[in-house]
Ligand binder design. Structure first.
Ligand SMILES: [Zn+2]
Length: 481
């Protein structure tokens, strides 16, 4: 074919236009709000959540919300509460989102993590996924109720919290003296995922009805403390190393609760053989050999491995104090993330049986296992509250509305309950018997999920719109008259 400059130019222009349009997803109000929220750097520590509370006030107050900014003993940290009044015929619904984020390794980002950059159809920034994206969706959905003057049968409370990522003034602290301000019939929080397939379609919607909790155990080996020039066979460090090696080779048995059974059955329906067979065998298998193979194959995914069992992670080792002294003891701290209903004494017995060595003791590590910056009394309070928690019921107006509206926004996509793999701020309500449902309200790919707490964290502009639709429609159904 002869070369035709005009045709070639038209072709190149078409390509260029296509590329430009790719980056031009129309920016919605939720995405705009998220960029503003990301620009307030609330990396915790120190958090600086009071600045974000001040920004939120300027958004909610003009729409007729009652505002409560709850100061903490740290002047840089305040909880933010906005309440839209209903007629009081039903108890309030609450939307909870944490204001703080984890810090960044700035040099590993390709954009400024606190600039609120929109690029290629995504909002980039620390907290885009966890959980400023959710904060923006919840805030936007609640504000839309006011903008659209939806008549309400119950108050809608929006709460933005401090110290979820660490620190002592979190919702457990808030609930102690201010529970009247956050009391509700049920609440939404972070938790389950709306997972996308590689082709961009939505695979499933998961709503968490329970969180794993945690406990740390101390493994202590004893030996003779003496001069290092005359070693004896009972060296505490060798004894501890042998015990740790046994724990390393061991894994706990799968322990499925109702929500994880439903979750794995959903994975069975939405995957192909052989994975669908493994998911089936894990939930319903009666042949222990098949269950073992299913466990081994499914556990290649660290998240799935974690939600089906109590996990064991050594986090500290401690031994020795002089170059010429054999220490009399050596210890390791093991952090367990536990399935609801796990008893610490049973866990201690299980570890003692695995180690099977009278020179080694296993005890509760207490506050040694707590996250950095946590105050021991606050941690003890949290552990106490978490131990009282039961999974939230599926038999509530809010859960039913979430399922119905998920079906409306994402037709033919299964909705399942989920056990969240870590702790969240839900304990303040769940420990008081109030159901909390967790969702990261935006479809997300497995690849983007790895950016959470990592580098170039991002959420798609389109997903923010879909999430806002889902939460707004859910609020209208549950709180509208
Ligand atoms: Zn979070």
């Amino acid at each position: 074919m002869p070369f035709k400059p005009a045709a070639a130019l038209a072709f190149l222009t078409a390509i260029a236009t296509a590329f430009c349009l790719q980056g031009q997803t129309p920016v919605n109000d939720t995405a705009k709000l998220l960029t503003e929220v990301i620009r307030v750097n609330t990396s915790n520590p120190p958090g600086n959540e009071a600045k974000l509370a001040a920004l939120l006030k300027t958004k909610f107050e003009p729409l007729g919300f009652q505002i409560d900014i709850i100061p903490t003993p740290d002047p840089l940290k305040s909880h933010f509460i906005a309440r839209l009044k209903g007629d009081g015929s039903k108890k309030p619904i609450l939307l909870a989102a944490h204001e703080d984020v984890v810090g960044v390794e700035r040099e590993k980002w390709t954009v400024d993590p606190f600039e609120g950059v929109i690029k290629d159809g995504y909002v980039f920034g620390r907290g885009a996924i966890d959980f400023k994206g959710g904060l923006a969706v919840f805030a936007q959905a609640a504000m839309l109720l006011a903008k659209n003057k939806v008549p309400l049968s119950r108050d809608v409370i929006f709460l933005a919290e401090v110290d979820e990522e660490g620190g002592q003034y979190n919702t457990t602290w808030l609930a102690k003296d201010h529970f009247d301000k956050i009391d509700c019939e049920f609440a939404l929080n972070e938790g389950g995922w709306i997972i996308k397939n590689p082709d961009g379609s939505v695979r499933y919607v998961s709503i968490s009805t329970a969180d794993k909790s945690g406990v740390s155990l101390l493994v202590t080996a004893k030996g003779t403390s003496t001069h290092s020039s005359m070693p004896r066979p009972d060296n505490a460090i060798f004894t501890l190393a042998k015990a740790m090696s046994k724990i390393g080779d061991y894994d706990t048995q799968p322990k499925l609760i109702d929500s994880t059974k439903e979750f794995f059955s959903t994975l069975e329906k939405t995957s192909k053989p052989p994975m669908s067979t493994y998911f089936h065998d894990l939930v319903e298998g009666t042949d222990p050999e098949k269950v073992k193979i299913a466990d081994r194959e499914i556990s290649k995914d660290p998240l799935l491995h974690a939600i089906m069992r109590n996990t064991i992670a050594p986090v500290f080792l401690n031994a020795g104090f002089r170059g010429n002294v054999i220490p009399g003891s050596a210890d390791a701290t093991l952090n367990f993330r536990t399935i609801p209903g796990t008893n610490t004494d049973e866990l201690i017995s299980e570890m003692k049986a695995v180690i099977n060595d009278p020179r080694v003791d296993v005890t509760n590590a207490g506050s040694r296992g707590m996250p950095a910056g946590t105050n021991p009394a606050a941690y003890a309070e949290y552990i106490k509250a978490a131990s009282r928690m039961k999974p939230s019921t599926k038999d509530s107006e809010l859960f039913r509305a979430l399922v119905q509206q998920s079906n409306a926004v994402f037709p033919n996509v299964p909705v399942t309950t989920y056990l969240f793999q870590a702790g969240t701020d839900a304990a303040a309500w769940r420990s008081r018997g109030i159901p909390v449902y967790g969702i990261y309200p935006y479809p997300i790919s497995a690849e983007d999920l790895t950016r959470m707490h990592g580098n170039d964290e991002r959420v798609s502009v389109e997903s923010l719109q879909q999430g806002t639709d889902l939460i707004y429609k859910t609020l209208v159904q549950v709180a509208g008259k």
